[in-house]
Design a protein around this ligand. Structure first.
Ligand code: 6U4
Ligand code: NA
Ligand code: NA
Length: 157
């Protein structure tokens, strides 16, 4: 049973038929392609955290955020539950730049590098890409194996 819950953001940046992913250069998820995000701070809302982390990691300033999913991650033997709020970002200012944490790159929607991503991504990206809202729970063993999961489409988050 998880004893503490930590709230994170994940911003998915999209333009026609392509998706911006960042190669995480250090820290949690190092070496994986992922959306942009991080921990929500005490003095900010989840949306504010999403905007701040996206700018810190990619240089982009989000102009519109749409909440599209909530994902919970538990790691076997670890009492911390990660609650990740996923946002779709289609309007933003600026151009992606490499930062200390991330190397951004555009990928075509039919060329997403799932084999170099968190293993849950291949499960929920299809829902995201077709515009369905979703809730998921994933229990990991280490960072590569999903022991069990649930994933459901929802009308509201
Ligand atoms: P600090 O400690 O400040 O460097 P911070 O940037 O706040 O870290 P970080 O990078 O550890 O937080 O946040 C983890 C990021 O990875 C968040 O955007 C959520 C995302 N994430 C975590 N588990 C994930 C998973 N299984 N699948 C996925 N994204 C995940 O697609
Ligand atoms: Na981060
Ligand atoms: Na952070």
């Amino acid at each position: 049973m998880p004893a503490t819950r930590k709230v994170f953001t994940l911003a998915m940046v999209r333009k026609t038929n392509s998706l911006l992913l960042g190669l995480k250069k250090k820290g949690f998820g190092e070496g994986k392609w992922n959306g942009f995000g991080g921990k929500v701070e005490k003095d900010e809302t989840v949306s504010e955290g999403a905007v701040r982390e996206l700018e810190e990691e990619s240089g982009l300033v989000a102009k519109c955020l749409r909440k599209i999913g909530i994902l919970e991650f538990e790691f076997a033997g670890d009492p911390v539950l990660l609650e990740v709020h996923v946002f779709d970002v289609t309007h933003y200012e600026g151009e992606p730049v490499e930062t200390e944490e991330m190397l951004p790159q555009w990928f075509p929607e039919d060329g997403i590098p799932y084999d170099q991503m968190w293993p849950d991504d291949i499960l929920w990206y299809p829902l995201y890409l077709k515009g369905t809202k979703f809730k998921g729970y994933f229990l990991y063993q280490g960072h590569d194996t999903i022991l069990e999961y649930t994933l459901t489409q929802v009308e509201h988050l």
